[in-house]
Write a new protein. Structure first.
Length: 393
Protein backbone atom coordinates (compact mmCIF):
# COMPACT_ATOMS: atom_id res chain seq x y z
CA UNK A 1 0.00 0.00 0.00
CA UNK A 2 2.72 2.44 0.97
CA UNK A 3 4.57 2.32 -2.39
CA UNK A 4 1.34 3.05 -4.27
CA UNK A 5 0.76 6.18 -2.21
CA UNK A 6 4.32 7.40 -2.71
CA UNK A 7 4.19 6.67 -6.43
CA UNK A 8 1.00 8.69 -6.69
CA UNK A 9 2.78 11.71 -5.24
CA UNK A 10 5.88 11.24 -7.40
CA UNK A 11 3.77 11.07 -10.57
CA UNK A 12 2.14 14.38 -9.72
CA UNK A 13 -1.29 13.09 -8.78
CA UNK A 14 -3.55 15.79 -7.41
CA UNK A 15 -4.41 16.14 -3.76
CA UNK A 16 -7.48 18.20 -2.92
CA UNK A 17 -6.54 21.69 -1.75
CA UNK A 18 -9.19 21.55 0.98
CA UNK A 19 -8.86 17.99 2.31
CA UNK A 20 -6.46 15.08 1.63
CA UNK A 21 -8.41 13.07 -0.95
CA UNK A 22 -6.20 12.42 -3.98
CA UNK A 23 -6.50 11.27 -7.58
CA UNK A 24 -6.68 7.61 -6.56
CA UNK A 25 -10.14 8.12 -5.02
CA UNK A 26 -12.97 6.68 -7.15
CA UNK A 27 -15.23 9.20 -8.92
CA UNK A 28 -13.14 12.19 -7.77
CA UNK A 29 -12.98 15.46 -9.71
CA UNK A 30 -11.31 18.79 -8.97
CA UNK A 31 -12.40 22.36 -9.75
CA UNK A 32 -10.13 25.18 -10.94
CA UNK A 33 -9.09 25.85 -7.33
CA UNK A 34 -8.17 22.22 -6.73
CA UNK A 35 -11.15 21.51 -4.47
CA UNK A 36 -12.59 18.00 -4.85
CA UNK A 37 -16.23 17.12 -5.46
CA UNK A 38 -16.43 15.35 -2.08
CA UNK A 39 -15.67 18.58 -0.26
CA UNK A 40 -18.43 20.18 -2.29
CA UNK A 41 -20.81 17.39 -1.27
CA UNK A 42 -20.04 18.17 2.37
CA UNK A 43 -20.69 21.87 1.70
CA UNK A 44 -24.01 21.00 0.04
CA UNK A 45 -25.09 18.82 2.96
CA UNK A 46 -24.04 21.46 5.49
CA UNK A 47 -26.10 24.07 3.67
CA UNK A 48 -29.14 21.82 3.26
CA UNK A 49 -29.21 20.59 6.86
CA UNK A 50 -27.89 23.86 8.35
CA UNK A 51 -25.39 21.77 10.27
CA UNK A 52 -24.17 23.35 13.51
CA UNK A 53 -26.26 26.47 12.94
CA UNK A 54 -29.30 27.83 14.73
CA UNK A 55 -31.42 26.80 11.77
CA UNK A 56 -30.23 23.21 11.96
CA UNK A 57 -30.92 23.04 15.68
CA UNK A 58 -34.39 24.45 15.10
CA UNK A 59 -35.12 21.74 12.52
CA UNK A 60 -33.82 19.07 14.89
CA UNK A 61 -35.95 20.44 17.74
CA UNK A 62 -39.03 20.18 15.53
CA UNK A 63 -38.12 16.59 14.63
CA UNK A 64 -37.79 15.74 18.33
CA UNK A 65 -41.30 17.08 18.89
CA UNK A 66 -42.56 14.93 15.99
CA UNK A 67 -40.90 11.85 17.51
CA UNK A 68 -42.52 12.51 20.90
CA UNK A 69 -45.92 13.04 19.26
CA UNK A 70 -45.67 9.86 17.17
CA UNK A 71 -44.69 7.84 20.24
CA UNK A 72 -47.41 9.09 22.55
CA UNK A 73 -48.94 6.27 24.61
CA UNK A 74 -46.29 3.85 23.33
CA UNK A 75 -43.51 2.24 25.35
CA UNK A 76 -40.83 3.68 23.04
CA UNK A 77 -40.84 6.61 20.65
CA UNK A 78 -37.64 5.81 18.76
CA UNK A 79 -35.07 3.09 18.13
CA UNK A 80 -31.31 3.62 18.35
CA UNK A 81 -28.78 1.19 16.96
CA UNK A 82 -25.93 0.77 19.46
CA UNK A 83 -22.46 -0.68 18.94
CA UNK A 84 -20.53 0.53 21.99
CA UNK A 85 -18.83 3.15 19.81
CA UNK A 86 -18.68 6.89 20.38
CA UNK A 87 -21.52 8.06 18.18
CA UNK A 88 -24.21 5.57 19.15
CA UNK A 89 -23.28 5.86 22.82
CA UNK A 90 -23.57 9.63 22.71
CA UNK A 91 -26.89 9.36 20.87
CA UNK A 92 -28.38 7.45 23.80
CA UNK A 93 -27.28 10.26 26.12
CA UNK A 94 -28.62 12.87 23.69
CA UNK A 95 -31.99 11.09 23.44
CA UNK A 96 -32.49 11.06 27.21
CA UNK A 97 -31.39 14.70 27.45
CA UNK A 98 -34.16 15.49 24.97
CA UNK A 99 -36.75 13.50 26.94
CA UNK A 100 -37.09 10.81 24.30
CA UNK A 101 -37.87 7.20 25.18
CA UNK A 102 -35.52 5.10 23.04
CA UNK A 103 -35.14 1.37 22.66
CA UNK A 104 -31.48 0.48 22.21
CA UNK A 105 -30.98 -2.22 19.58
CA UNK A 106 -27.72 -4.12 19.21
CA UNK A 107 -26.79 -6.44 16.37
CA UNK A 108 -24.28 -8.99 17.67
CA UNK A 109 -22.34 -10.61 14.83
CA UNK A 110 -20.23 -12.40 17.49
CA UNK A 111 -17.13 -10.30 16.73
CA UNK A 112 -17.66 -7.64 19.40
CA UNK A 113 -14.76 -6.56 21.57
CA UNK A 114 -15.24 -6.81 25.33
CA UNK A 115 -14.89 -3.01 25.57
CA UNK A 116 -17.81 -2.48 23.17
CA UNK A 117 -20.07 -4.85 25.09
CA UNK A 118 -19.20 -3.20 28.40
CA UNK A 119 -19.83 0.27 26.96
CA UNK A 120 -23.32 -0.71 25.83
CA UNK A 121 -24.21 -2.10 29.26
CA UNK A 122 -22.82 0.94 31.08
CA UNK A 123 -24.89 3.36 29.03
CA UNK A 124 -28.15 1.43 28.95
CA UNK A 125 -28.06 0.65 32.68
CA UNK A 126 -27.22 4.16 33.87
CA UNK A 127 -29.65 5.83 31.44
CA UNK A 128 -32.33 3.20 32.19
CA UNK A 129 -32.75 2.33 28.50
CA UNK A 130 -34.10 -1.07 27.49
CA UNK A 131 -31.74 -3.11 25.33
CA UNK A 132 -32.75 -5.54 22.59
CA UNK A 133 -29.97 -7.70 21.11
CA UNK A 134 -30.11 -9.87 18.01
CA UNK A 135 -27.36 -12.51 18.18
CA UNK A 136 -26.32 -14.40 15.07
CA UNK A 137 -25.22 -18.01 15.09
CA UNK A 138 -21.43 -17.74 15.07
CA UNK A 139 -20.94 -20.57 12.55
CA UNK A 140 -23.46 -18.97 10.22
CA UNK A 141 -21.74 -15.60 10.52
CA UNK A 142 -18.33 -17.15 9.81
CA UNK A 143 -19.76 -18.88 6.74
CA UNK A 144 -21.03 -15.54 5.42
CA UNK A 145 -17.63 -13.95 5.98
CA UNK A 146 -15.83 -16.82 4.27
CA UNK A 147 -18.10 -16.48 1.25
CA UNK A 148 -17.11 -12.81 0.90
CA UNK A 149 -13.43 -13.64 1.24
CA UNK A 150 -13.89 -16.27 -1.48
CA UNK A 151 -15.63 -13.68 -3.69
CA UNK A 152 -12.53 -11.44 -3.38
CA UNK A 153 -14.59 -8.27 -2.85
CA UNK A 154 -13.87 -5.44 -0.39
CA UNK A 155 -17.24 -5.44 1.40
CA UNK A 156 -16.63 -8.34 3.79
CA UNK A 157 -18.61 -6.53 6.49
CA UNK A 158 -21.52 -5.67 4.21
CA UNK A 159 -23.69 -8.39 5.73
CA UNK A 160 -23.26 -6.80 9.15
CA UNK A 161 -24.01 -3.29 7.93
CA UNK A 162 -27.20 -4.38 6.18
CA UNK A 163 -28.13 -6.74 9.00
CA UNK A 164 -27.99 -3.84 11.45
CA UNK A 165 -30.37 -1.84 9.25
CA UNK A 166 -32.82 -4.75 8.94
CA UNK A 167 -32.87 -5.42 12.68
CA UNK A 168 -33.52 -1.75 13.42
CA UNK A 169 -36.49 -1.77 11.04
CA UNK A 170 -37.81 -4.99 12.56
CA UNK A 171 -37.55 -3.62 16.09
CA UNK A 172 -39.25 -0.37 15.10
CA UNK A 173 -42.07 -2.28 13.40
CA UNK A 174 -42.52 -4.67 16.32
CA UNK A 175 -43.01 -1.85 18.81
CA UNK A 176 -44.93 0.47 16.50
CA UNK A 177 -42.09 3.01 16.39
CA UNK A 178 -41.88 5.43 13.45
CA UNK A 179 -38.34 6.73 13.94
CA UNK A 180 -34.87 5.20 13.82
CA UNK A 181 -32.07 7.42 15.15
CA UNK A 182 -28.67 6.92 13.49
CA UNK A 183 -25.27 8.10 14.69
CA UNK A 184 -23.60 9.27 11.50
CA UNK A 185 -21.81 12.61 11.11
CA UNK A 186 -20.53 13.68 7.69
CA UNK A 187 -18.54 16.45 9.39
CA UNK A 188 -16.71 13.99 11.65
CA UNK A 189 -16.53 10.97 9.32
CA UNK A 190 -16.65 12.47 5.82
CA UNK A 191 -18.25 10.69 2.88
CA UNK A 192 -17.09 7.26 1.74
CA UNK A 193 -16.05 7.64 -1.90
CA UNK A 194 -18.50 6.36 -4.46
CA UNK A 195 -17.71 3.65 -6.97
CA UNK A 196 -15.92 0.50 -5.85
CA UNK A 197 -17.71 0.08 -2.54
CA UNK A 198 -21.37 -0.94 -2.55
CA UNK A 199 -23.73 -3.52 -1.12
CA UNK A 200 -27.38 -4.49 -0.97
CA UNK A 201 -29.44 -7.57 -0.12
CA UNK A 202 -29.15 -9.16 -3.55
CA UNK A 203 -25.37 -8.68 -3.52
CA UNK A 204 -25.11 -10.43 -0.15
CA UNK A 205 -27.43 -13.30 -1.07
CA UNK A 206 -25.81 -13.88 -4.49
CA UNK A 207 -22.31 -14.11 -3.03
CA UNK A 208 -23.43 -16.35 -0.19
CA UNK A 209 -25.40 -18.57 -2.57
CA UNK A 210 -22.29 -19.03 -4.73
CA UNK A 211 -19.66 -19.46 -2.03
CA UNK A 212 -21.45 -20.20 1.26
CA UNK A 213 -22.11 -23.66 2.70
CA UNK A 214 -24.67 -23.05 5.45
CA UNK A 215 -28.22 -21.74 5.21
CA UNK A 216 -29.05 -18.23 6.43
CA UNK A 217 -31.25 -18.94 9.45
CA UNK A 218 -30.37 -16.28 12.00
CA UNK A 219 -29.06 -13.71 9.52
CA UNK A 220 -31.69 -10.98 8.84
CA UNK A 221 -31.37 -10.46 5.08
CA UNK A 222 -32.94 -7.26 3.80
CA UNK A 223 -34.42 -7.99 0.39
CA UNK A 224 -35.71 -5.26 -1.92
CA UNK A 225 -39.30 -6.16 -0.98
CA UNK A 226 -38.55 -5.82 2.72
CA UNK A 227 -36.81 -2.48 2.17
CA UNK A 228 -39.85 -1.12 0.32
CA UNK A 229 -42.09 -2.49 3.08
CA UNK A 230 -40.17 -0.59 5.76
CA UNK A 231 -39.94 2.76 3.97
CA UNK A 232 -43.07 2.95 1.80
CA UNK A 233 -45.68 0.99 3.74
CA UNK A 234 -44.50 1.09 7.36
CA UNK A 235 -43.11 4.62 6.71
CA UNK A 236 -40.31 4.22 9.24
CA UNK A 237 -38.13 7.32 9.12
CA UNK A 238 -34.37 7.53 9.63
CA UNK A 239 -33.05 10.60 11.40
CA UNK A 240 -29.38 11.54 11.78
CA UNK A 241 -29.22 14.20 14.51
CA UNK A 242 -25.51 14.89 13.90
CA UNK A 243 -26.40 16.15 10.41
CA UNK A 244 -28.23 19.07 12.06
CA UNK A 245 -26.50 19.73 15.36
CA UNK A 246 -23.10 20.92 16.55
CA UNK A 247 -21.27 17.69 17.29
CA UNK A 248 -17.69 16.91 18.24
CA UNK A 249 -16.60 13.30 18.54
CA UNK A 250 -13.75 14.28 20.87
CA UNK A 251 -16.06 16.19 23.19
CA UNK A 252 -18.49 13.28 23.12
CA UNK A 253 -15.70 10.89 24.18
CA UNK A 254 -14.79 13.14 27.12
CA UNK A 255 -18.39 13.34 28.29
CA UNK A 256 -18.92 9.58 27.98
CA UNK A 257 -15.71 8.81 29.85
CA UNK A 258 -16.57 11.23 32.64
CA UNK A 259 -20.25 10.41 33.08
CA UNK A 260 -20.36 6.68 32.31
CA UNK A 261 -16.80 5.35 32.69
CA UNK A 262 -17.04 4.59 28.97
CA UNK A 263 -13.83 3.29 27.37
CA UNK A 264 -12.35 4.20 23.99
CA UNK A 265 -11.49 1.26 21.75
CA UNK A 266 -8.71 2.79 19.64
CA UNK A 267 -10.24 4.10 16.42
CA UNK A 268 -13.17 4.36 14.04
CA UNK A 269 -14.84 0.91 13.59
CA UNK A 270 -12.35 -0.77 15.92
CA UNK A 271 -15.05 -1.72 18.45
CA UNK A 272 -15.71 -4.82 16.33
CA UNK A 273 -12.92 -7.25 15.45
CA UNK A 274 -14.01 -7.99 11.88
CA UNK A 275 -14.59 -4.32 11.15
CA UNK A 276 -11.15 -3.60 12.60
CA UNK A 277 -9.62 -6.34 10.46
CA UNK A 278 -11.24 -5.07 7.28
CA UNK A 279 -10.12 -1.46 7.86
CA UNK A 280 -6.66 -2.19 9.23
CA UNK A 281 -5.59 -5.24 7.20
CA UNK A 282 -7.92 -6.41 4.42
CA UNK A 283 -8.69 -3.10 2.68
CA UNK A 284 -5.13 -1.73 2.66
CA UNK A 285 -3.27 -4.96 1.90
CA UNK A 286 -5.58 -6.46 -0.73
CA UNK A 287 -7.24 -3.42 -2.31
CA UNK A 288 -4.88 -0.53 -1.55
CA UNK A 289 -7.75 1.21 0.26
CA UNK A 290 -7.04 3.17 3.43
CA UNK A 291 -10.26 4.62 4.83
CA UNK A 292 -8.35 6.71 7.36
CA UNK A 293 -8.48 9.38 4.68
CA UNK A 294 -12.23 9.77 5.37
CA UNK A 295 -11.70 10.80 8.98
CA UNK A 296 -8.49 12.72 8.32
CA UNK A 297 -10.12 14.69 5.51
CA UNK A 298 -13.09 15.45 7.75
CA UNK A 299 -10.76 16.71 10.48
CA UNK A 300 -8.93 18.93 7.99
CA UNK A 301 -12.19 20.38 6.63
CA UNK A 302 -13.38 21.29 10.13
CA UNK A 303 -10.02 22.71 11.19
CA UNK A 304 -9.42 20.05 13.83
CA UNK A 305 -6.21 18.85 12.16
CA UNK A 306 -3.57 20.66 10.13
CA UNK A 307 -3.68 19.57 6.50
CA UNK A 308 0.08 18.98 6.25
CA UNK A 309 0.00 16.87 9.41
CA UNK A 310 -2.93 14.85 8.05
CA UNK A 311 -1.12 14.24 4.75
CA UNK A 312 1.99 13.12 6.62
CA UNK A 313 -0.01 10.78 8.86
CA UNK A 314 -1.85 9.25 5.92
CA UNK A 315 1.11 8.78 3.59
CA UNK A 316 3.86 7.96 6.08
CA UNK A 317 2.13 5.73 8.63
CA UNK A 318 0.11 2.54 8.39
CA UNK A 319 -3.27 1.72 9.95
CA UNK A 320 -3.11 0.45 13.52
CA UNK A 321 -3.45 -3.32 13.77
CA UNK A 322 -4.52 -4.70 17.13
CA UNK A 323 -2.11 -7.36 18.47
CA UNK A 324 -3.29 -10.91 17.65
CA UNK A 325 -6.13 -9.56 15.44
CA UNK A 326 -4.93 -11.36 12.32
CA UNK A 327 -4.46 -14.63 14.20
CA UNK A 328 -7.95 -14.30 15.67
CA UNK A 329 -9.54 -13.84 12.24
CA UNK A 330 -7.51 -16.67 10.69
CA UNK A 331 -8.62 -19.01 13.47
CA UNK A 332 -12.29 -18.02 13.16
CA UNK A 333 -12.19 -18.44 9.38
CA UNK A 334 -10.32 -21.77 9.61
CA UNK A 335 -7.44 -20.52 7.45
CA UNK A 336 -3.88 -21.72 7.80
CA UNK A 337 -1.04 -19.33 6.93
CA UNK A 338 -0.86 -20.26 3.24
CA UNK A 339 -4.65 -20.09 2.80
CA UNK A 340 -4.74 -16.68 4.43
CA UNK A 341 -1.95 -15.39 2.17
CA UNK A 342 -3.81 -16.78 -0.84
CA UNK A 343 -6.88 -14.76 0.14
CA UNK A 344 -4.86 -11.55 0.36
CA UNK A 345 -3.05 -12.18 -2.93
CA UNK A 346 -6.02 -13.33 -5.01
CA UNK A 347 -7.12 -10.95 -7.76
CA UNK A 348 -9.57 -8.35 -6.42
CA UNK A 349 -13.11 -8.29 -7.70
CA UNK A 350 -15.83 -5.68 -7.19
CA UNK A 351 -19.55 -5.47 -6.60
CA UNK A 352 -20.48 -4.91 -10.25
CA UNK A 353 -19.16 -8.39 -11.06
CA UNK A 354 -21.99 -9.94 -9.01
CA UNK A 355 -25.81 -9.57 -9.09
CA UNK A 356 -27.15 -6.51 -7.22
CA UNK A 357 -30.22 -4.25 -7.05
CA UNK A 358 -28.18 -1.26 -8.28
CA UNK A 359 -29.87 -0.83 -11.67
CA UNK A 360 -33.27 -1.11 -10.02
CA UNK A 361 -32.38 1.66 -7.57
CA UNK A 362 -31.25 3.82 -10.48
CA UNK A 363 -34.49 3.23 -12.41
CA UNK A 364 -36.49 4.18 -9.32
CA UNK A 365 -34.50 7.35 -8.64
CA UNK A 366 -37.58 9.65 -8.69
CA UNK A 367 -39.27 7.44 -6.09
CA UNK A 368 -36.21 7.42 -3.84
CA UNK A 369 -35.89 11.18 -4.21
CA UNK A 370 -39.34 11.46 -2.62
CA UNK A 371 -38.29 8.99 0.06
CA UNK A 372 -35.18 11.03 0.91
CA UNK A 373 -37.16 14.29 1.02
CA UNK A 374 -39.52 12.61 3.49
CA UNK A 375 -36.66 11.36 5.72
CA UNK A 376 -37.56 7.78 4.83
CA UNK A 377 -34.07 7.15 3.45
CA UNK A 378 -30.94 9.24 4.15
CA UNK A 379 -29.75 11.58 1.41
CA UNK A 380 -26.50 9.61 1.37
CA UNK A 381 -28.47 6.55 0.19
CA UNK A 382 -30.05 8.58 -2.62
CA UNK A 383 -26.65 9.96 -3.68
CA UNK A 384 -24.84 6.62 -3.63
CA UNK A 385 -27.44 4.10 -4.76
CA UNK A 386 -29.59 5.96 -7.28
CA UNK A 387 -27.03 7.33 -9.75
CA UNK A 388 -24.81 5.47 -12.23
CA UNK A 389 -21.11 5.20 -11.46
CA UNK A 390 -18.10 4.84 -13.74
CA UNK A 391 -16.66 1.41 -12.98
CA UNK A 392 -13.28 2.39 -14.42
CA UNK A 393 -12.63 5.02 -11.75
Amino acid sequence: MEPTKKRSLEEGYKICSKCIYDSSIPQITFDEKGVCNYCKMIDTLTKEYKTGQAGGQAILDSIVLEIKKSGKNKKYDCVIGVSGGTDSSYLMYWAIQNQLRPLAVHYDNTYNTAIATENILKLTEKLNIDLFTHVLDNKEMDDIYRSFFAANVPEIDAATDLGVAEILYRAASKFGVSYIIEGHSFNEEGITPLGKNYFDGKYISSIHKKFGKLKMKTYPLMTFAKFIKWIAFKRIKKIRPFWYMEYSKEEAKKLLEKEFNWKYYGGHHLENRMAAFSHSVYFPQKFDIDYRNNTLSAQVRTGKKDRDEAIKEYYETKPYVEPDLVEYVKKRMGYNDSEFEAVLKAKPKYWYEYPTYKKRFERLRPFFYLMYKSNLVPKSFYMKYCFPVNFND
